[in-house]
Design a protein around this ligand. Structure first.
Ligand SMILES: [Zn+2]
Length: 342
């Protein structure tokens, strides 16, 4: 099958799936109208879970949208045309009326869930809850999803402990998990997303907890008075720069500024990638082939995917697989720390 034929058949498959999904929602509304779910369940929701094998949240979304389709058939037409997702329709359904549907759905077209929730909040504002810290049950520390952190050092020696205990694995100290919630401006969310993208190497599956902890650690490293007292004052001498992987800070900044903090990789059709996820500074001519680290024009920003793709293109997948095995999951603090192995 040619590439074009493959892409076309994939798109057609999804169009068909979408048509069938909408048809299914219309039938579900009719099943509800006739009360047919009463034959085997106590509610339409239970019917969807038991008889159709849906999860509770899928059932809830479909029920919202099938009822919406009865009130506003136009909404299902948009779903069928792929102008809006089922999830976004289910979020907006309580605030849609015959008067506002067209305008609101047009505005929501192509937006992510967060932006759609914001539209809903305009119609159905909720009072802001206060900041809260709720202790949850204690449990043993979770395996870190990131670079190893200094293990908590609970090993305060107690004279009466049996010797065997000292030799075996240190006991895991339960930690209390706390649910933190607060309301913030949208600009904070934007900053969080930016930091999350920058930390993509270190925390590929970052949770908010990882991002927050990293930001606080960074701040405390610089400003914690206790730490300042004990911090060693020795500095590592900078390598004299001839042909070196070391990229001077000014050069990094300039590459970052020129590429506007986005991946500069270009696809075959000339479009630029522009991802902000896990950016790295990439040697356009590989370092091993003479690429310079001190010349802005020889460097560019590349997202992790495109840096790896370029490296595989130049060095081959086999060599890159070997390289990755010898440098497993190295965590990097700055986008520049991981350049192509060139
Ligand atoms: Zn990219």
């Amino acid at each position: 099958m040619s590439d074009d034929a493959l892409l076309n058949s994939l798109k057609e498959g999804f169009r068909k799936e979408r048509r069938e999904q909408v048809e299914g929602l219309r039938r579900l509304a009719e099943v509800d109208r006739r009360g047919l779910w009463k034959k085997s369940a106590r509610s339409l929701n239970e019917f969807c879970c038991k008889e159709l094998g849906l999860s509770e949240s899928s059932a809830w979304k479909r029920i919202q949208v099938c009822h919406l389709g009865v009130r506003l058939p136009y909404a299902l037409e948009l779903l069928e045309k792929n102008k809006i997702t089922l999830t976004n329709l289910s979020i907006l359904s309580p605030c849609l009326t015959a008067e506002n549907a067209k305008q609101v759905l047009e505005e929501a077209s192509g937006l992510g869930r967060f932006a759609v929730e914001a539209i809903k909040a305009r119609f159905l504002p909720r009072p802001e809850p206060r900041d809260s810290f709720t202790p949850l049950s204690s449990r043993t520390p979770r395996a870190s999803s990131s670079a190893p952190e200094p293990s908590p050092s609970p090993t305060k020696e107690t004279s009466g402990e049996p010797a065997a205990a000292a030799c075996s694995e240190p006991p895991e100290i339960p930690i209390t998990r706390v649910r933190i919630s607060f309301v913030a401006d949208e600009s904070l969310v934007q900053s969080m997303n930016k930091v999350k993208a920058l930390l993509g190497h270190k925390f590929p599956n970052a949770r908010l907890e990882d991002i927050e902890a990293e930001v606080y650690r960074f701040y405390l490293e610089a400003h914690d008075p206790e730490r300042k007292k004990t911090k060693a004052t020795t500095r590592i001498p900078m390598k004299s720069a001839k042909h070196t992987r070391y990229i001077p800070v000014e050069v990094k900044k300039e590459v970052w500024r020129r590429d506007e903090g986005r991946c500069a990789y270009r696809y075959e059709n000339g479009d630029r990638c522009t991802s902000t996820y896990a950016l790295e500074i990439d040697h356009i001519l590989p370092f091993s082939q003479g690429g310079r680290s001190d010349k802005v024009e020889e460097l560019r920003l590349a997202c992790f995917l495109h840096n790896q793709m370029e490296a595989e293109r130049i060095f081959g997948k086999h060599l890159m697989d070997k390289f990755r095995k010898t440098k497993p999951q190295k965590s990097v603090d700055s986008p520049s720390s991981l350049c192509s192995p060139g």
